[in-house]
Design a protein. Sequence first.
Lengths: 227, 249, 644
Amino acid sequence: MTWVTKTLNSTLGRKLIMALTGLFLILFLTGHVSGNLLLFKGDGGQAFNMYAKFMTTNPAVKLLSYLTYISVIGHIIYSILLTRHNASARPVSYSTSKGGTNSSWNSRNMGILGTIILIFLVVHLQGFWAEMHWGEVPTISYDGENYKNLYLIVSEAFKQEWLVALYVAAMIFLGFHLSHGFSSAFQTLGLSHKKYSPAIEWIGRIYCVIVPATFASMPLYIYFSSL
Amino acid sequence: MKLTLKIWRQKNAADKGGFVTYVAEHVSKDMSFLEMLDVLNDQLTEKGEDPVHFDHDCREGICGMCSLYINGKPHGPLQTTTCQLHMRSFSDGETITIEPWRAKAFPVVKDLVVNRSAFDRIIQAGGYVSVNTGGVPDANEIPIPKTVADLAMDAAQCIGCGACVAACKNASAMLFTSAKVSQLALLPQGQVERKTRAEKMVAQMDAEGFGACTNTGACEAECPKGISITNIARMNREYFSAVVSSENM
Amino acid sequence: MILDSKIPAGPLAEKWTKHKFSSKLVNPANKRKYEVIVVGTGLAGASAAASLAELGYNVKAFCFQDSPRRAHSIAAQGGINAAKNYQNDGDSIYRLFYDTIKGGDYRAREGNVYRLAEVSVKIIDQCVAQGVPFAREYGGLLANRSFGGAQVSRTFYARGQTGQQLLLGAYSALSRQVANGKVKLFPRTEMMDLVVIDGQAKGIVTRNLITGAIETHAAHAVLLCTGGYGNVFFLSTNAMGSNVTAAWRAHKRGALFANPCFTQIHPTCIPVSGDHQSKLTLMSESLRNDGRVWVPATQEIAEKLRKGQIKANDIKEEDRDYFLERKYPSFGNLVPRDVASRNAKYVCDEGRGVNETGEAVFLDFRDAIKRDTRKIIEQKYGNLFDMYKQITGEDPYETPMMIYPAVHYTMGGLWVDYNLMTTVPGLYALGEANFSEHGANRLGASALMQGLADGYFVIPYTVGDYLAQLAPTKVDENHPEFARAKEEVEQGIEQLLKINGTKPVDYFHKRLGKIMWDKCGMARTEPGLKEAKAEIQALKKEFWSNVKVLGTNEELNQTLEKANRVADFLELGELMVDDALNRNESCGGHFREEYQTPDGEALRDDENYAYVAAWKYRGEGKEEELVKEELVFENVKLTQRSYK
């Protein structure tokens, strides 16, 4: 084993990967949510469709998207590795355990939250991302140029109550996941200092509410404007 | 007070073990938790039953030998050691569940006694400054800012009881390991071996089979000496910077 | 038998230097051919094991705890003395030497004590180099405080956990040698006997506390660093496992036991709360700087208090007896440990004790809080007040604390010469396990100093001097003495398991403790001691016919461990009483009521008792033989202390 593989196989190395991929996904979410704000523009989806095309064709964005795929996959694989390792560290469990008195529920259940988010992700990717890449999306033309009308797919999809409910619920879980994950990533990277850590925690608390709430407002907005 | 005690009994490491229920009568609220068990043991002995085995020594909260997972928490309901827990923290008629520390790296020896020598091996991996006796400079030749000395002392207070491992849902020993890494990383005396120490101690911690930290903070909340998880962050920092810059392959 | 202390001749300040020079050295290449056994891993044991391993010897280190880090040195709170004179307040090696000799009531050797003071300065250097986080000033240099009434600030400390930090320092040095393969560690292993071949210590017999296996270990030298025997009193501030077994079994194999009756009683401990009490907790002596000690002026008021009819705060000022301030106007509440302890006993004996058991006095901070504000008192004693509240459930800011003396330290121990060697060649005793440096009374913050001095700076020289005289050949573990000692240990255990009586071990231990506390504790009388002797003998008989030890040897059996230890305490208790009876004087921790000044102070008899009383074991049921080592004072003048 080289020092690199040795490090990446250590508990700290694995945590490092979780933290780095997690932080990258937080960045991704920030970009994703900002771009999707175009859904609220009220221009029949023109800006959103143009943005969608830019996002699928721009080479720089492409590179970023590959990083995102790697992050998602890395985050998942390493969480499985860590969870299995952690489970093996306590082969006999306690008959009574009051974890609630010394730690928050979400900090102890990141795996469950993550799994729920993963299930959501599959539905989400299948519905939009796969459609956009390989599906038969009707086109629309602005100023003589053709665009895939992703907006149409989105606005049609979110007329279904169950899907809206699923998205809102998933965002609540995402919020909980982020509420621990945000500051936890900094702690893992060793970025802890009494001057800055309170700010990180504060930002994390705001982030884990604002971003999922904004995401959740999109299907709700579309659903209610379609009534 | 009258209490029902649900205690883990296990004859030896190979035995499967299980809970046995005892009734403790005439428990005084001034008794310490271990004294309550002493009384139970004397009663068991007189009846000809094997007394409950548990680790304990100084009974003043500093040696770190006592353990016990009481009612779902290491060292019981207060943030202290079991020997400093008194029966006034319980109420008449209560059922108390007593289990050993649970971790692969802390195998049960008998009843409530576990083997914590994994901690010794983590220290042996590098939890020291390599100076021989004699031939050291005068103590005042190494000035250390008071704030740094205080931080080092905060970390150095660890008593090695293992409550952090017991409390952690992953049975992780990062609080224990990081307390020693931190103490020596903060002090000028620890600088020479700083990188190697972080690498070796983390490697040993992993080799012992402890879990990984998921930053739940349970260890800090249960540590009888209030060791902070900022030490874990410091250890992470030390480790990452060590692996990328040390000469060790 | 003549005891040779081997104190080198010459001026006091040159003795140690000369001695080191005249000691024989072991060739560096030969060191790895010698094995040394170290029993106990407290300050003395861990520091000795680490230092000897660093030199190249092969060391086996044993402790009964699950880790060397748990040895009871860890519980020392206050600090460690060293004659550094960093504070420029007039301290010197000679002053530390003088204070220690005087504090020990002139019952220690000048040569040993001077050496202790001399090496004290190196201990601090060593510990700092190891990374011990001593308290510091803002400028980054080491902080000191004055301790136990010393006139100079020479005590180094790490919050209230100095013992812990020093032990963890020594433990880290030991761990390093374990990693280097020079020390082999045997945790959860108890020494059961000493193996003596042709008059020399050649190994030990141990019991593996997990499997019960009785094993032998051979070595060229054996170091006992096994601490004190305060647990003979059942209740003491010692750890539950602290015991005399290793020292006592060595005693029975020929090592003389010196001054066993010298025990130190600490005045500020949390009182006993009931029959269930298993140990006592010490609270720092510093509390007496601000707290006022008192009991009710009359028995009647005390009676009401004990029955809970009135509370401490209900008692009017004129009904309070601040007995220390009354009897010792100039020192008041700050009289030395033994004086404070004895007076607390007297007022409780008069029926004026203040808790349910009648054995407690108040330590009141009401006036201090009024004078300095609660905030100041909180800053000074906050952690102690919290600890008190946690244990007793009472808030000392609101109601006076209750305190009572408890056994804390034993000055007596195995007799050793200047080399720390016992009367059995090759067997050494270090730290609290030996008798040497503290005389009849130990000063505060000196126990840590002695343990580390012995382990780091004395034994590495003196053990070499002995080993250099032995051939560097392996000790033969097949020698019949090993098998014989092992068999005797097995028989002893078998005998204990066979009794199958009706009473648990603690029943006997508690009774022994009560006899010792009542009759060989803070104040002793000839008739009381004679009664105690008879009672202990009877108790011993009863123990061997009616103790109930369940289970087998071949398992973790904590009852068996305890029974083995209590069996030895029963024998030691009798010797303590003999020693106390023999010493017809009062000095330091030994107070015979027959020998006191008209003011009630300890009255020494330097004419007849300026000697070390070393006792020689002569066999089961036989009286031990007293061997005297006369103490010679060439540098200090013997004076009587007074605290009026």
